[in-house]
Write a new protein. Structure first.
Length: 254
C-alpha cells in the first residue's frame, strides 16, 4: 500500500492510482469530521463499515442501471473505482426537513416535505460549502444545463432506490448527499455517481423510535457511532469481515 502512488487525500478517504488506466483505489479511513472539520475524531472501524455499506448501495445502483464509479470491493478498506472528473457540487436530496434546511427555513426536524427537494452546494471548504442555485452553477460554468438535468435525474433515482431499500429494513431516509463525476465513452460524456453512499452522508432514522443511525450521532454527540452504523449494516444483511457474520439477507423489520 505504501508504495502506491497517492492521487488525493480527503477528510475520510484516500485515492491511490489503480491497477489499470482509468481506475483508482478508494481507501476508507477512520477519520470523522463535522462542521467543516471544526470537530474531528478517529473512530475505529468506521472506514470498514462505510466501505461495506457503500459497496452494497453502489452495487445495487449499478444493478438497476444507475451508473456509479464503483467497480468492486478489494478488501476491508478499499474498493476499485472508475476515475472520473468530479463536478465541484454536492447534490443533496431531502425527503424530510432536518439539519441546515430546518435552520434556514425554520422547519421542524422530522417534518415530511411536500416532495423530494434537490439542492446544490458548491464544494469549497474555505467557504464552508455554500448553497448555490442553478443560476450560479451555469453563470460560473461549474456544470452545463445538460449536466444539471442529468444530476437531478440521477439524484432522484438514487433517492427512490435508497428510500425503498431503507424502508424495507425499518429505516426512514431523511436526506442524503451525493457527489457526481464526468466520464467519457469516446466523445460521449456521462454523469455518474461518485464518492461514497454511507451513513456518513445520509440521515437515517429508525422508523419507529426515530433513533439516529447516521453521522448526526457524531455531530451531535448522541452515542456510539459504530453501534449505529453496525445496526445499519446488520439490517441490510451485511457485516464487516472482522468477526461479523455475513447474514443471509436483509432482515425485515415489522
Ligand atoms: N452532507 C454531507 N456532507 C456535507 C454536507 C452535508 O454528507 O458536507 C449530508 C448530510 O449528512 C445530510 C445531508 O447532506 O444527510 C444534508 O445536510 P445538511 O445540509 O442538513 O447539513 P448539516 O446539517 O449536516 O450541516
Amino acid at each position: 500500500m505504501s508504495r502506491r502512488r497517492l492521487v488525493y487525500e480527503g477528510k475520510a478517504k484516500i485515492l491511490y492510482e489503480g491497477p489499470e488506466p482509468g481506475t483508482l483505489i478508494q481507501y476508507f479511513k477512520d477519520d470523522a469530521t463535522a462542521y467543516n472539520a471544526e470537530k474531528k475524531a478517529v473512530i475505529d472501524g468506521k472506514g470498514v463499515l462505510n466501505n461495506r455499506i457503500s459497496e452494497h448501495v453502489m452495487s445495487g445502483l449499478n444493478a438497476i442501471g444507475v451508473p456509479t464509479h464503483f467497480i468492486r470491493r478489494l478488501n476491508m478498506r478499499e474498493q476499485l473505482i472508475r476515475a472520473c472528473e468530479i463536478i465541484p457540487l454536492e447534490v443533496v436530496v431531502r425527503n424530510v426537513a432536518a439539519g441546515s434546511m430546518s435552520k434556514r427555513l425554520g422547519l421542524e426536524e422530522g417534518e415530511q416535505l411536500p416532495r423530494p427537494i434537490v439542492e446544490f452546494y458548491y464544494k469549497d471548504d474555505k467557504l464552508g460549502d455554500p448553497i448555490v442555485s442553478e443560476e450560479h452553477i451555469l453563470a460560473f460554468n461549474w456544470a452545463s444545463q445538460q449536466d444539471l438535468d442529468d444530476m437531478v435525474a440521477l439524484a432522484l433515482r438514487v433517492n427512490d432506490f435508497l428510500a425503498g431499500m431503507f424502508m424495507g429494513v425499518g429505516i426512514r431516509l431523511i436526506d442524503f448527499k451525493i457527489e457526481t463525476g464526468r466520464i467519457w465513452d469516446g466523445d460521449f460524456q456521462r454523469i455518474i455517481v461518485a464518492d461514497e453512499i454511507s451513513p456518513d452522508c445520509c440521515r437515517l432514522w429508525d422508523t419507529r423510535s426515530e433513533r439516529k443511525l447516521d453521522k448526526d450521532v457524531f455531530r451531535r454527540d448522541l452515542g456510539d457511532l459504530i453501534e449505529a452504523y453496525t445496526e445499519v449494516a446488520k439490517r441490510l444483511g451485511i457485516m464487516p469481515e472482522n468477526g461479523g457474520k455475513v447474514l443471509a439477507g436483509p432482515k425485515l423489520v415489522h
